[in-house]
Ligand binder design. Structure first.
Ligand code: DX5
Ligand code: ZN
Length: 221
């Protein structure tokens, strides 16, 4: 399984986001993770599609847009137009609208030829999204409650990952990108990978480190 490192620009200096993106690419990152927060689904507001559009010309890496927003379907087109390569929406934000909303949103993303994902909060059992394993390109298991970088990894995530990877294999999707987001460090990255994740989102571990390139290489090792 190919390991992918996805530095989150949430932890970068917002006055120099472009430099942070270029540093990630130089350091061997596989994706640029963009944490979009709307001040409603989660309390903080970070940035929207305009940021994605601005960084698009600066890197050849895929832009992995994690939408922590209410009514994500209404945002899809803007992020597609801005140059997103992967759009991930939250299970919880979709479920509270209707039982069909999540599937409709994923279909809309795919209709633009963009990869789609679903993110689930730590309190959602992995089984709840097993039916999506043949539909999406990526599943993000949140290892913290979304909203803030720099939180502590919740150990219950290991069990989620084990169940998810076992089911992905059973469902004929051994290649499914299973992503972990929140509190990933140089200390826990090995255990996270062994549990079944192949995409590591890392904000603080990369951008709060004195040497982001080295941190990316170490997370991969
Ligand atoms: C949390 C975000 C994460 C966050 C991770 O709401 O979705 O992507 O940036 O940051 P660290 O790696 O600092 O926990
Ligand atoms: Zn994220």
């Amino acid at each position: 399984m190919q390991i992918k490192i996805a530095p989150s620009i949430l932890a970068a200096d917002f006055s120099a986001v472009g430099d942070a993106v270029k540093a990630a690419e130089r350091g061997g990152a596989d994706l640029i993770h963009c944490d979009v927060m709307d001040g409603s689904f989660v309390h903080p507001i970070t940035f929207g599609a305009q940021m994605v559009e601005s960084i698009r010309p600066l890197t050849r890496l895929p832009l992995d847009c994690h939408l922590m927003v209410e009514h994500p379907k209404t945002q899809v087109k803007q992020f597609v137009d801005a140059g997103a390569d992967i759009i991930t929406v939250h299970y919880e934000a979709c479920r509270k609208i209707s039982s069909a909303y999540l599937a409709e949103t994923l279909e809309l993303i795919k209709s633009f030829g963009v990869r789609c994902g679903v993110a689930v909060n730590p309190n959602v059992p992995a089984e709840r999204v097993f039916n999506l394993f043949t539909v999406v390109d990526t599943i993000i298991f949140m290892s913290v409650y979304p909203g803030y970088g720099g939180q502590k990894f919740m150990p219950g995530t290991y069990e989620q990952l084990k169940k998810a990877r076992a089911y992905a294999i059973e469902a004929g999707r051994p290649d499914l990108d299973i992503s972990v987001d929140g509190g990933v460090t140089l200390e826990n990255c090995k255990a996270i990978r062994e549990a079944g994740a192949n995409v590591l989102v890392a904000g603080s571990a990369v951008y709060r480190s004195p040497d982001p390139s080295k941190a990316i290489a170490e997370l991969r090792r």
